[in-house]
Design a protein around this ligand. Structure first.
Ligand code: 13P
Ligand code: SF4
Length: 306
């Protein structure tokens, strides 16, 4: 039996569901029951009735599933699948900021730990950040954590001044503006599309900015033929599937490396998925006090972005 059949058999046997992010390996995307951006995955986790949710993504996403659906067993194939953005905001430092700035309304990007979510007033994702910031109380200063690039872009779009936490994504800060301009000269009709976690200079030269799902929708629906794609390379798999006749050019990183692939996302493999389903581990646990507080900020996000 090959690995694909083994996953299918175990899913059935264990009444498990596989939720996968677009940055996962193509093989993993192909065995998933649901693929989405962070917001769609949070919603899918919340409504799941499966006994086991296997999260093919990174740690903060699996924690999010557990926070929203605590009666399910949530497993992550590799517990080391972290996130540089999440790591840039330790909860103790956020607690200290809040102590020194008690007037601030804290909006945290979903790429953060459960403990940081628990300290936040509301959560946002790249697909609803504009909406969430617009709903924030007008009479309070805002702290936006932990992605300074997304925060800067949201400020520009909404006109709402915010204190930005100095965090960033190692993958989205890798793209070379000079190489992208060279590519644009080679493909003058191409549209440059980027994730808002990219740096300001990349966003400035982009024709469309959005979450992974929004980028995918843009490519499928646009009358244009060629796209230079500035986000993690895993998204190209669904883009190619949904728009097979279009030309997709991955935005080049600064170095000649595979830095446009998230090393954390790529820790998950089909072999590890099989093992995780067989052993129903590694399991994600969130202490109840943290879970309850984090659920509040996540629930407010879901309410504001409904
Ligand atoms: P979205 O899929 O919500 O756009 O998030 C991208 C990301 O970096 C996930 O880690
Ligand atoms: Fe985190 Fe960046 Fe990887 Fe997304 S792509 S999981 S933000 S390190």
């Amino acid at each position: 039996m090959d690995l694909f059949q083994k996953v299918a058999q175990l899913k059935k046997e264990k009444n498990a569901v596989i939720l996968a992010h677009y940055y996962q390996d193509p093989d993993i995307q192909d065995v998933a029951d649901f693929i989405g951006d962070s917001l769609e995955l949070a919603r899918a986790a919340q409504r799941s009735t499966a006994d086991i949710i296997l999260f093919a993504g990174v740690h903060f996403m699996a924690e999010g599933a557990k926070i929203l659906n605590p009666s399910r067993k949530v497993i992550l194939p590799d517990l080391r699948a972290g996130c540089s953005l999440s790591d840039s905001c330790p909860p103790e430092r956020l607690a200290e900021f809040k102590k020194n700035n008690p007037d601030h309304f804290v909006i945290s990007y979903i790429n953060c730990s459960a403990a940081v979510k628990a300290l936040s007033d509301v959560i946002c994702t790249s697909s609803n950040a504009l909406k969430i910031v617009e709903r924030a109380p007008k009479d309070r200063p805002i702290l936006f954590a932990p992605d300074r690039n997304l925060g800067r872009w949201v400020t520009e779009k909404t006109g709402r001044a915010m204190t930005l936490w100095p965090g960033s994504c190692i993958v989205h800060e890798t793209f070379s503006e000079r190489k992208m301009i060279d590519l644009k000269l080679k493909h003058p009709d191409a549209k440059i599309i980027a994730h808002p976690e990219c740096e300001e200079n990349i966003l400035k030269i982009s024709d469309f900015i959005g979450s992974t799902s929004q980028l995918l929708k843009f490519v499928s629906e646009s009358p244009n033929q060629t796209f230079i794609v500035a986000t993690e390379a895993g998204i190209l798999h669904q883009m190619q599937k949904k728009a097979s006749q279009k030309t997709l050019v991955p935005a080049p990183p600064n170095q000649n490396c595979a830095c446009n692939e998230c090393p954390f996302m790529k820790l998950n493999t089909l072999e590890k998925l099989v093992q995780a389903l067989e052993t129903e581990s590694p399991e994600i646990f969130v202490p109840e006090a943290i879970r309850k507080a984090a659920q509040k900020s996540l629930a407010l996000m879901l309410e504001w972005s409904a």
